[in-house]
Design a protein around this ligand. Structure first.
Ligand SMILES: Nc1nc2c(c(=O)[nH]1)N[C@H]1C(S)=C(S)[C@@H](COP(=O)(O)O)O[C@H]1N2
Ligand SMILES: [Mo]
Length: 224
């Protein structure tokens, strides 16, 4: 008995076929479940002075504006538990986040009626596009806490987007800007061969079916 518990604790990644039957429907095709938290990004981890960090809102809005971190903390805060799915084939179930729900922020942003798409701008030189409609879901957050603690630098402190129903590259870390757009425009990975929408349950990994994702590339990366 104890041995089995110990063994299970050591397991860091299980294939969908080995996931408990009650959970299997939550694991998209081609994914492996991990209990650890991989760290993936392009470039260096940015460091901020929270006093001077700001989130700029621009594009199809009545008036451009910027939010300081304290202003965001003064808004209603929401906790969610969700599953996350990275295109490099890891999924992590029941992750706990806290932050400002996008729909709680939206009324303050003055988006024009013609705004249908959003470009999320992030450091360092990262951006990703999401249809506005997708940001209106109940579990889309601008998150600043994970698992009951402030986000760590490597996971996006002070603020990251969280869009659980799309591959995790849409959940930009270190966000600095929200740009409303009339027309869609591809972001960083979307310009580089990845799918424009990125639904993990449809395996929308790539813009073209000719691309391939190696099975276990993510295991070689850094973890918490
Ligand atoms: N600013 C920024 N955000 C980013 C990325 C990045 O390179 N830069 N990578 C994305 C990708 S591909 C993934 S899988 C997740 C990883 O988040 P994590 O390191 O917290 O697991 O961040 C996403 N957000
Ligand atoms: Mo990713």
């Amino acid at each position: 008995m104890h041995n089995k518990a110990e063994r299970l604790k050591k397991v860091t990644a299980v294939r969908k076929a080995d996931v408990a039957p009650g959970l299997a429907h939550r694991v998209p095709p081609g994914q492996t479940v991990t209990e650890r938290f991989p760290i993936l990004h392009e470039g260096d981890v940015p460091r901020y002075d929270p006093g001077s960090w700001s989130l700029r809102v621009f594009g199809e809005v009545e008036q451009e504006r910027a939010f300081g971190f304290e202003e965001l903390l003064a808004l209603p805060q929401t906790k969610i538990v969700c599953d996350i799915h990275c295109v490099t084939r890891w999924s992590k179930l029941d992750t706990e986040w806290e932050g400002v729900k996008f729909t709680d922020l939206l009324p303050l942003l003055g988006a024009k009626p013609g705004a249908k798409h959003v470009m999320i701008h992030a450091d360092e030189d990262y951006d990703t596009n999401v249809p506005l409609e997708d940001l209106l879901r109940d579990d889309v957050l601008l998150a600043h806490r994970f698992d009951g603690e402030p986000l760590t630098d490597k996971h996006g402190w002070p603020l990251r987007l969280l869009v659980p129903h799309l591959y995790f590259w849409k959940s930009a870390k270190w966000i600095r800007g929200i740009e409303f757009m009339k027309e869609d425009r591809p972001g960083f990975w979307e310009r580089n061969g990845f799918h424009n929408y990125a639904d993990p349950f449809e395996e929308q990994r790539f813009a073209s079916d000719e691309n391939m994702m190696p099975e276990d590339e993510w295991i070689k990366k850094e973890f918490d």
